[in-house]
Design a binder for this molecule. Structure first.
Ligand code: GLU
Length: 447
């Protein structure tokens, strides 16, 4: 394989799909050498097949808003790869959703899911529907209209969607309800992220954030350090960011900086205790502003800025959205002297910024597809519970999540070591995830 040739071909076929092309390049660059050591993969054209989704569905979603006006949005599902299990991945409802974004997310999901060790293929879907400012009834009508078309593409052994940005417990509830109504069966494993009373798993909402902190613990352990006393600067305080704050507080670490869409907060005492509840209230009232936190607790708020570059922390964790950290921020991060850069949101760093940070000798960089895998990991455990018709306790789920995150860190570190790359967690995760999917494709023949 020659990455530049392959990318030139993809750019020709998919012009302007920048996020998708970025995600593919990032993975291919780190697996190129490994791939070239496997002539059997080369012969079976594994990479050429793996970079294209198996299929993409695009459909119209028409619904009626509260004023009685007819609205039309677009719905999508990118079924990327099912070599190791049924398609699996979230649905994103956001005004910026387009096929390139969902292809990048589906591609990343394929390797992330492989890292969890559970039998899940990769997919992603969603809509350009903007849930902001919509009434509860409008959200329900939209979800029902979306599922009326979408149901024919999913199923517990085919494709199991879940939540992502803009799709939380409420949306999953309406979507699953409509699915059940159409198929006329309680097919629990056809969606994950469900409420506990409809077959959901305990700890699923917290799983991504908790898993990220478990992963961070392994990274620190590798350096002979503990989580206790660690200070974190992060972006995002949505479901995932909040889970990080909560688990960090539980383990004696603290989030001392967090950034939102309107600027960043500096709370030297950390987001602990009842402040965690306040964040939930603040977010429910207005997800676009974190300033009310500063007003309530009398701490510093810096408008219009991100906290990348602050020096009095031990770890950076971008947990907001893709391409949040660009070259300019990466330079500030490197100059701050902070050692750990732990990606949490899917692809939060541009490729040039990521390569720049990875090249810093004093830094350890961990990739989102490993760090945030606990979310889909617990979705996988939800599917297991649904198949067993059993409900696991919080302790059981947490123990499995913990084991999964430890293992993801271990296999990534080992894969990098095996190929002479030292403690390169980015390359290691790509190699470990890729090898599993590539082997499964190879074993099943050419199609
Ligand atoms: N949207 C989450 C992710 O990016 C979770 C997907 C799932 O649970 O299927 O991994």
């Amino acid at each position: 394989m020659n990455v530049n040739n392959l990318m030139a071909e993809l750019e020709r076929k998919h012009p302007g799909e920048n996020e998708y092309l970025q995600a593919v390049r990032e993975v291919l660059e780190s697996i190129e050498e490994v791939y070239n050591q496997h002539p059997e993969f080369e012969k079976a054209k594994i990479v050429e097949r793996l970079v294209e989704p198996d299929r993409i569905f695009t459909f119209r979603v028409t619904w009626v808003d509260d004023k009685g006006e007819v609205q039309t949005n677009l719905g999508y599902r990118v079924q990327f790869n099912s070599a190791i299990g049924p398609y699996k991945g979230g649905l994103r409802f956001h005004k910026a959703v387009n096929p390139s974004m969902l292809k990048f997310l589906g591609f990343e999901q394929t390797f992330k899911n492989a890292l969890t060790t559970l039998p899940m293929g990769g997919a992603k879907g969603g809509s350009d529907f903007n849930p902001k400012g919509k009434s509860d009834r409008e959200v329900m009508r939209f979800c029902q209209a979306f599922m009326t078309e979408f149901h024919r593409h999913i199923g517990q052994d085919i494709d199991c969607p879940a939540g992502d940005v803009g799709v939380g417990g409420r949306e999953v509830g309406y979507l699953y309800g409509q699915y059940r109504r159409i198929v006329g069966a309680a097919e629990f494993g056809a969606m994950s992220g469900k409420a506990i009373c409809t077959g959901g798993s305990i700890l699923r909402p917290e799983a991504t954030g908790f898993g990220a902190v478990y992963y961070l613990r392994e990274v620190l352990k590798h350096d002979g350090k503990e989580v206790k006393g660690i200070r974190v600067a992060m972006s995002g305080y949505g479901n995932v960011g909040w889970g990080i704050m909560k688990k960090a507080a539980e383990l004696g670490a603290k989030v001392t900086y967090f950034a939102g869409p309107d600027g960043y907060i500096h709370d030297p005492d950390g987001v602990v205790g009842e402040k965690l509840d306040f964040i939930l209230e603040m977010r429910a009232k207005d997800p676009m502003h974190c300033k009310p936190y500063a007003d309530k607790y009398g701490v510093e708020f810096v408008p219009g800025e991100k906290c990348w570059g602050v020096k009095d922390v031990d770890v950076y964790m971008p947990a907001a959205t893709q391409n949040d950290v660009r070259m300019e921020s990466a330079e500030k991060i490197a100059a701050s002297g902070v050692k750990y850069y732990i990606e949490v949101a899917n692809m939060p760093t541009t490729n040039d910024a990521l390569n720049y940070l990875r090249a810093q000798k004093h830094m350890v960089v961990a990739p989102s597809k490993a760090v945030n895998a606990g979310g889909v990991g617990v979705s996988g455990l939800e599917m297991s519970q649904n198949s067993e018709r059993l409900v696991w306790t919080a302790e059981e789920v947490d123990a499995q999540l913990h084991k999964m995150m430890k293992n993801i860190h271990k296999v990534s570190a080992e894969a990098a070591e095996e190929y002479g790359l030292g403690y390169d967690l980015v390359a290691g995760a790509n190699i470990a995830g890729f090898k599993k999917v590539a082997q499964a494709m190879y074993e099943q023949g050419v199609f």
